[in-house]
Design a protein around this ligand. Sequence first.
Ligand code: AMP
Ligand code: MN
Ligand code: MN
Length: 321
Amino acid sequence: MDTRTAAAIKRCIEEHSTFLITSHINPDGDAISSALILLHLLLHLGKSCRVVIDDLIPKKFDYLDGVEEIKAFESLREDEDFDCVISVDASSPDRLGRVRSCLQGERAVINIDHHASNSLYGGCNYIDAGASSTAELAYAVLSLWPVPVTPEIATIVYSGVICDTGRFLFPNTTAEALDLCSRMVEKGAAPSEIAGYLYHRNSRNTIHALAAALSTLEFFFDGSVACIHLHNMMDDDIDTEGFVDHLLSIEGTEVQIFMIERDANEYRISMRSKSNIDVNEVARHFGGGGHMRAAGCVVKGSRDTIKERLLQVLGEQICTV
Ligand code: AMP
Ligand code: MN
Ligand code: MN
């Protein structure tokens, strides 16, 4: 973190006393970990602090210390006030769902993120697109004070980094990320225990849903694009995060797509790229975003029309690289 940003964040946190921490809808491990790192920091500093995310927190994150402090949007009272909002891992206010309304008014806003497309919506913006995860940045913020790094905090930081680097497989697996995780293990994070919590507790229904999704596998553009889809499954115990990553294992594919029906005629699209094809550009075309090699969007329409439009935009990207 450059010294100016460090000084600005330090001053902003020290000058304010009541905080709201938030992150993006459909929260992933990085969003949740980053929020919890800052919660631990603010509690250590004796601040009053609430964490609100406008979505369900997947059950697999139940081992993270403080996760029960993350509340739903409905828990916010009309008269509740904060003098500072800290938003983590969210590239724009839209990503916060209904919590974006809390950014209005006189409140100070600190925006901490690693999306290159971040719209710099904070009064204080700490954006580093080269960071593996927002958890890495949140830990740098925590380290501005002499906070003891407990095994619980180390577990949260380690979890944020492994979730966003796809267990140290994606190109954002930097030396800094590995070094940070190594230090977190020294402080008490237990890699195989964390892997057990995150990856070895799938419900049977999740695996049935994965089987159903994989059975829809299709290829386009001579095998360079692989696509799977899933109908809306109302079961709360189905966790589809990571389904798209299974397609990364297919030789010869460059772009991987997972389409899941969210509502009648509405699909959430997850995209990954193994080459120089920028899926963030494709997602942005549909009002979404993300990173060059991992991006998403929500699109209305029938599955066939959406797929056709996606493939058309992807085709243009494939031609230009
Ligand atoms: P996912 O495919 O859901 O794992 O998301 C991959 C990346 O794309 C993450 O960095 C997300 O924050 C980002 N992303 C996913 N959906 C959206 C969306 N609707 N709008 C903006 N960014 C998104
Ligand atoms: Mn995220
Ligand atoms: Mn992230």
